[in-house]
Design a protein around this ligand. Structure first.
Ligand code: C2O
Ligand code: CU
Length: 501
């Protein structure tokens, strides 16, 4: 009896010590910091421009094949990855405003997928939402007319509960829209030369060089990697040959927020956001992008110099838990820019860019509140059969989108680009939010009033999505559906989604 008591006591003491040790480790574990540690020994890969053909009806036709493969991600042995038309990531699709496009998507994965055109104004049926899965072996051919300003959009899967995993494994690519009326001819625009796609993603690896898909210990936002890839390349450098280089930055991570700066603190020029160019350039020293957000920036280079694109903690830094568990204290070296000994002079940056007509809140037909908290929006989780907002075609709406607690979230809406009217706490709105947006970071306890106009594509049968773009949150149901109807119309969902089917 005494022996058992003694053993029990010993076990309790051991458990207590181990528990305390884990606690101390969790609380004192230093943030990830790769600044100065990255060797920049691989040339940045530029995703190829996707080939296209023009069919007899004059439509531009692309092919995308979602497939599995093996990729050298700098781990000594190849990592299992997914990609479009290749082992990892996807080609850059490019089309002109006014063009009809068709994308033949073939699913060669062993599970359902979809392709969503993030930022694109298009009919809900073509939008690749989770209600219309592409089954393994199937082909789906969305078609639409490109009708929006020149912009840096992207595409990625959006299947029911599998978005984080599929994007993380490598399914993502850019979609560039060209439009002479809303672009500026004197800006750098030679793809891969002075106009560079920069898809930034964090990854975690196991000892065998394979992608780790479990969330970081204590993370409320899913996977947080300790290394950063640009266009799938670890430790990349870019050879710059012009005095100005245009970077099309895309945070294609599943959760991580990047707060970009240059290593010597020099300012750079912000010229565009999610939905296109801003009305004028802004000099900035930092630029924060949450997942799904894009920014176009110009970096001025002097002959022969090197400067590193870095990322530091988001601002505001957030509470203790955010810094400790949500990556809010981490710092990364991302991409080294290496200027050639002689640089081709680029035209000066114009003082104004494009007209961004302001939407007028007085014209709003509807106002809504969307509160993002735990894994819910307004206390509700995504349900395929439920419509959360019925929007009348040709109307303007003002939504207040707010983070109701301390975990980072974001707001993303399909179909439209919005404008930010104000921050809910009355604080300043950064230049990145001065133009067209489809995704906005919601810092803990903060939010924004946004305005948007729903001009086209009434379809009572097919919903569009709005959601948090932290992909694990989206998968866990932090998503709602809206349907665009003609005046007086009502939604009549004919969902194609089947659970366990
Ligand atoms: Cu980029 Cu609904 O997603
Ligand atoms: Cu979220």
């Amino acid at each position: 009896m005494r022996k058992w008591l003694f053993r029990g006591l010993l076990l309790l003491i051991v458990l207590g010590v181990v528990g305390a040790g884990v606690g101390v480790w969790v609380l004192t574990r230093p943030p990830i910091d790769t600044v100065g540690e990255v060797s920049f020994d691989r040339a940045l890969a530029v995703p190829p421009l996707a080939p296209s053909t023009v069919d007899k009806d004059g439509r531009r036709v692309f092919e995308l094949r979602a497939q599995a493969g093996q990729t050298d991600l700098g781990r000594g042995e190849p990592s299992a990855t997914w990609g479009y038309n290749g082992a990892h990531l996807g080609p850059t699709l490019r089309a002109k405003r006014g063009e009809q496009v068709v994308v033949n998507i073939t699913n060669q994965l062993g599970e359902d997928t979809t392709v969503h055109w993030h930022g694109m104004h298009l009919p809900a049926r073509m939008d690749g939402g989770p209600d219309r899965p592409i089954r393994p072996g199937e082909t789906f051919a969305p078609r639409w007319r490109v009708d929006q300003p020149a912009a840096t959009l992207w595409y990625h899967p959006h299947p029911h509960e599998r978005t984080e995993t599929q994007v993380y494994r490598g399914l993502a690519g850019m979609f560039l829209i060209d439009d002479p009326d809303t672009d500026v001819a004197t800006l750098p625009h030679e793809y891969g030369v002075d106009d560079i796609p920069v898809m930034v993603q964090d990854k975690a690896f196991d000892d065998d060089g394979q992608l780790t898909e479990s969330g970081r210990f204590g993370s409320e936002i899913g996977i947080l990697g300790d290394s950063v890839l640009v266009n799938g390349v670890p430790g990349p450098y870019l050879d710059v040959t012009t005095t100005l280089v245009r970077l099309r930055l895309l945070n294609a991570s599943t959760a991580r927020i990047f707060n970009f700066s240059l290593s010597d603190g020099r300012p750079f020029t912000l010229i565009g956001s999610d939905g296109g160019l801003l009305d004028r350039p802004h000099q900035v020293e930092r630029l924060m992008l949450s997942t799904g957000e894009r920014a176009e920036v110009l970096v001025a280079m002097r002959p022969g110099e090197r400067v590193v694109l870095r990322s530091g903690p988001p601002a505001p830094e957030g509470d203790f838990a955010t810094r400790r568990f949500q990556g809010g204290g981490d710092r990364f070296d991302v991409l080294e820019l290496r200027a050639a000994a002689t640089l081709k002079p680029s035209p000066a940056v114009p003082s104004t860019l494009v007209a961004v007509p302001r939407l007028d809140p007085a014209s709003a037909a509807e106002t809504r509140e969307m509160r993002f908290s735990t894994r819910d929006i307004n206390g509700r989780k995504m349900e395929h059969g439920r419509v959360d907002a019925v929007v009348t075609r040709d109307s303007t709406e003002v939504w207040t989108v707010r983070n109701g607690h301390g975990t980072p979230h974001s707001f993303h809406i399909h179909d439209v680009q919005f404008q930010v009217l104000a921050r809910t706490d009355g604080g300043p709105v950064p230049p990145l939010l001065s133009g067209w947006k489809d995704t906005v970071y919601l810092p803990p306890h903060e939010g924004y009033r946004v305005i948007m106009r729903f001009t086209d594509f009434a379809d009572p049968a097919t919903p569009y999505m709005f959601h948090c773009h932290v992909l694990r949150h989206e998968d866990e149901g932090m998503m709602g559906q809206f349907v665009v109807v003609e005046p007086g119309g009502a939604p009549q969902l004919t969902t194609h989604h089947e659970h366990g089917g």
